[in-house]
Design a protein around this ligand. Sequence first.
Ligand code: C2E
Ligand code: MG
Ligand code: MG
Length: 734
Amino acid sequence: MRFVPSHLKQSAATLDRRSAVRSMLLIFAAVMVCVSAMVFTALDRVGHYANQLDEERSREAVTGAIQTFRDQLTATLHDYVAWDDAVTHTQDPLDLEWLQRNFGMMSYQSELFDVVMVLDGAGKPVIAYSEGKPIVSAILSSYMTPDAWLLFKRVASGKADAVPEASSFVSTIKGVAAVGVGLIRPRMAVDAERPSPSYYVVMMRHLKGVSLERLSRAYVLPGLHMADVEIDGTHRVDIKGPDDKPFTALGWVSRSPGDTSLAQVRPLVWCAVAMIAIYMLLLFVTGSQALSRLSADEAAAVKLSLTDRLSGLPNRAGLFAGMADLVDKAQRDNKDVALLYLDLDGFKEVNDAYGHATGDLLIRSVSAGLRVLVGEGSVLARLGGDEFAISFAGFDVHKTAIELSERVLDFLGEPLTIGERVAVIGCSIGLAVSRRGLVPGEELIRRADMAMYRSKEDGRGRWTLYDPSMDEEREERNLLELDLRAAIDRHEITVSYQPVVDARTLRISGVEALARWNRDGHGPVSPDLFIPIAESTGLIDMLGLCVLRSACLALKSWPDLTLSVNVSPGQFRDPAFVGHVAKLLEDTEVDAARLTLEMTETYFVQNPARARQTLDLLRKTGVKIALDDFGSGFSSVGYLRQFGFDRMKIDRSLVQSVGEGGRALEMLRATVALARSLDMPVTAEGVETEAQAMALRLAGCDLLQGFLFGKAMAAADIDRLRMSGPLFTLSNTG
Ligand code: C2E
Ligand code: MG
Ligand code: MG
């Protein structure tokens, strides 16, 4: 299982969005519930008010109807009792027949009254009719109920109102009726005046059947009916008897217009709410789908931005992300974090020699191999180019890191199949450890990187553990670089000349220009120190040209000498270099044939094709090319032949071992023989002893250079040497 940085599992933004969607959904649901509740409550209220209004209106109408019902009876009664004819016909002798005709018969199918009785002053019925028919005396009391008698007594006693009439409601055998009792009297009678004998009319109109229907129609009160006062109900108006106590009630069927309207509106409102809910839900569904698509895209983009496309491994950003998780874990578990910084040694060569496609293949193979070597829970990343990093947390990370480094070195030290080719790549590793994950990721990488450079400097193919002293050295190196830059700007780099003597005469025949820097406040700095810095910082172009110019100018006053100037690979790589040399030769008017440029073989090994091109161009200017320091590095015979140098300079190390005798001398001889077989004259460098000089001369070197003849010196000293004879006298010149 590979290490997956936590932010790839689920980015914080994605989580945020999900919880936002979730809370939006909740809010939406809550809003929908609230809105629905409010709408339905409002509807209920409207319905309730409508019902209430209807109830009030109905109540008023029923009250009015009862009142009107009674008033009508009272009016009819009044017409019948305040009637002169009736008075006449009730005087002695009592005209029964008239009473029957004008009172009794009138109750038949009358809309005004249905029961009528004429009573004498003692309450004895004279006539009693119900709906045009006489009432048998047996059931008379069913009409003249105690309540009816109460009313009668009130009128008969004269304690009634000003008018000797009274009305109320009573309950009879036929049901509830409006009842009126009035004294028969002349129409214009004075109130106190009572005829004698006195007769009273009891008139009733029952509230039922046709009368109820009529009321119902007239007052638009559906379902008007007699109701029971005992039964609890709201849709009724009580009807009171003469004693002012409710004994019955008139009820109606409530139309509940609010409920009816509500019943009609409610489904529509439900529909509307449901539609809104569905619409919002659809919005949410599409919204969250878009959101999850966006989240997926974002996760893919994040993953892509953290992944190296070529190898499929995390890139630099991916490494940081992975390390952040490792550091978290390390701090929790009290573990240390280690970082291995790997740089392939031979990647550039493969890329240059076989092209980028092969280079890409190499990166893929190396990545695949490292994946197998790297343990579970570790982060393996490609930082770009040929640089990789491995990070992991643990308790004894030093040991584990070193073991892993060894395994990686072993793996990359083996020949690697790249497509159809096989190459040994090798690598340099820097190790850095962060105790308890306290060193920030960036700093850890910097330390491991620095340690890796130390591995490179120390000869590649090895691991180096970071040491704080490396920082001091780096700091010192940075200061040196700053000072060097300033020195070049201020033309403080001077040139010294080391004499090169003819092996035969031992007289000076030429000079090698060597750069010198007297660093302000520090004294002389060795070229072995500042030249590599100038090379790595690009300052070498300027420095090299300065040396070349000074040397060419000096050469003008030494017409009998040749000049050698060192050229760095960095300068050689500069496409403008050849042009600069040509321009300089032209400016200083120096014969190109007297100038030799010295090159070490590193560049020829690294970039054979490009090197050949530059060499050809340089040759066209007329300068010679010498292979410097032969015998110190690869010393490839193939390269010697291939590039056809104009001169070989045997390295000091080879020369100095000559005095020790044995195989060294043989090697020297063989080397010179090899050069000569290729028509290459040979200069021996670093000649310090007479014995060496002798041996070299015998071996076939035509030029000698070394402290035996003189160290690098100022131009003025060369002037002096030119005038002198041989720079050294060999005891045996044979
Ligand atoms: P090099 O080109 O091989 O130069 C010869 C070096 O050997 C010089 O060291 C010289 O002082 C030293 N040497 C000569 N004879 C003897 C001897 O008998 N015994 C010993 N022990 N040393 C001897 P120097 O001047 O320190 O330069 C070192 C290297 O720095 C040079 O090696 C050359 O590669 C580089 N260098 C010097 N000046 C320049 C320059 O202007 N441009 C470039 N690119 N490189 C330069
Ligand atoms: Mg040299
Ligand atoms: Mg040399």
